[in-house]
Design a protein around this ligand. Sequence first.
Ligand code: CMC
Length: 431
Amino acid sequence: MTDTNKTASLTVPGIAEPIELAMHSGTLGPDVIDVSKLVGKGLFTYDPGFVSTAACDSDLTYIDGDNGVLLHGGYPIEQLAEHSNYLELCYLLLNGELPTKQQAEEFETTITNHTMVHEQLAQFFRGFRRDAHPMAIMCGVVGALSAFYHDSLDIDEEHHRSVTAHRLIAKMPTLAAMSYKYSQGQPFMYPRNDLGYAANFLYMMFGTPCENYEPNPIIAKAMDRIFLLHADHEQNASTSTVRLAGSTGANPFACVAAGIAALWGPSHGGANEAVLNMLAEIGDESRIDEYVAKAKDKDDPFRLMGFGHRVYKNYDPRAKVMQQTCHEVLSELGVEDSPTLKMAQRLEQIALEDPYFVERKLYPNVDFYSGIILKAIGIPEELFTVIFATGRTPGWIAQWNEMISGSYKIGRPRQLYRGPAKRDYTPMAKR
Ligand code: CMC
């Protein structure tokens, strides 16, 4: 962040002189007005939903929502999706640069060597009902990791932070697969270290001790890409939650558990599950117009899931890659004429032409096609957001680490109080 030598001048009724506010520039994106001094003048800024507020500075990810641009460490997501892989992107997010061949191999070995979870953690799963939502399980078990890894909880120790990052990235697929296996009443599968990250996840999901299971490399590649497309997305709700929790000094496992909870909602990571539920509810292409009309009706709370984004006012660049991956997977599985895909494509076409969506710049987002791919792979809908959480883990931990290794304050927003003014307690007999 650099000072711009520019200032913004704020005239406030009741304050004689205009208040001069410093402005800062980043590498890309809008300048920011530094309002941190306003509290000293007895003023707060007001921005519900943080729509105009930069809450931190960061080197990791840049989004230009108007032009549909997403960069990690400066690299466009389309190039990363085509030429890179998930673990390489994890390395980039954690270290700021792409790895050399040797660094990439060492990193992959490190992650591979951390994929197993403590045997005692399996007991933890058994406390849940079999029909528990896997996101409920993930909130619990990821938070519980802090009870297992006391040796890496000193957040002021760089090595501890690094080991924790590796543990989280390595263990998330294992925990995700365990939450699925538990719901099926099947035995947990230990990770296989001869497989790549995504292939190992598929193995832990779909393998059983009874027979050999070799993951399809094309599906494994698609799975890797799904993880990659979710890896980081700057200060979204779950990442901001991780940062806010982390700003108190809480341990990173607890912070990531908080991020998982925030991700669960249908406005955020829960949207991929909601897209499939919505397509199932629509049921047939002939009913699409009816649902588009519902989405446009202000008296109807229904929204087209998988459309719209707080930041993208253009096509979400991840959605474009996801759409292409969707075709690759469905073609590999021989189900390219799937009615769900056809319905999704028709819905997209209608929405992109409808003035309501055009005027509001509501384009398909990352969640629109991911669910169709995951369903085709055989992953149940309740697990979709868990896949998102797994993919997002390097972003959460890299953002947390960036905050902890720099200077930061406890996050403590203020409010515009609209409740009753001070009044005396009324005894019950007089109420
Ligand atoms: N269907 C119908 N109308 C919509 C939709 C939608 N999906 N999204 C926004 N609108 C309308 C909204 O009613 C409002 O209209 P008006 O100006 O007439 O009141 C206008 O578009 C602006 O919407 P907003 O709610 O002010 O926008 P927001 O930035 O607060 O919300 C959003 C962004 C993603 C929560 C919202 O677009 C939405 O609910 N989308 C569906 C859920 C979804 O797909 N979420 C996944 C987001 S991408 C993955 C991730 O990052 O988690």
